[in-house]
Design a protein around this ligand. Sequence first.
Ligand SMILES: O=C(O)CCC(=O)C(=O)O
Ligand SMILES: [Mn+2]
Length: 227
Amino acid sequence: MKRMKIDLKCTLEELAESKKYAEMKKIRKENLDIDYGVVLPRITADELFDQLQRTVEYYDQELTKVRVFGKWHQIPRQQVAYGDEGLTYAFSGITIPAKPWIPSLSDVRTFLTKITGFQYNFVLVNRYRNENDHMGEHKDDEKELDHNTPIASLTLGQERTFVLKHGDARKKGDKKRNIPPVKLELQHGSLLLMNHPTNEYWYHSLPPRKSAGGVRINLTFRQLKLQ
Ligand SMILES: O=C(O)CCC(=O)C(=O)O
Ligand SMILES: [Mn+2]
């Protein structure tokens, strides 16, 4: 079925002004502070997803290899960074310049600033092609990140499970603490804000998930300190 074309920029502007999106729900645990809510209506999320599918140019597979125990592996997803001029993205030993903003990403950035009050100068785009594509456990605790600005993670397309685990729950032996993981089903058009100090204590991942084979695009907007 052919959908009516909508003007993304205007739609996002109106949405931010009308505040007609679901309220964000706060989740708090020991040193975890996140907010979650669906901020884009279906039709807007669909249009953004289509535009990103058409216009985002992912890094070459050669640039997204990682070295683990001396062996090179292709990361299990597609990836690219966009951002203000001069910002770079460091990835397992290589530093790649962020690509200049494209209209859809810059419209979303403006929208996020209006609804959260935070400024963002950088976005990492991850595209999960199928149920096997995933992201392993990690913390986004790089020193270049401005910790006063939460990482704003917008999900489009296939719903997938996002898992947060406390660092102490991953330890072995006596040091291991029994802290249950926090699991969230990240919906099409949803926004997740990871507030400080979540990323100092909690790891997060997007595990493979059978029966969730559709394409998912995730945008993590970040504020990098000027380098
Ligand atoms: O795809 C996701 O929801 C997670 C992305 C993520 O953790 C990251 O980009 O650092
Ligand atoms: Mn992350």
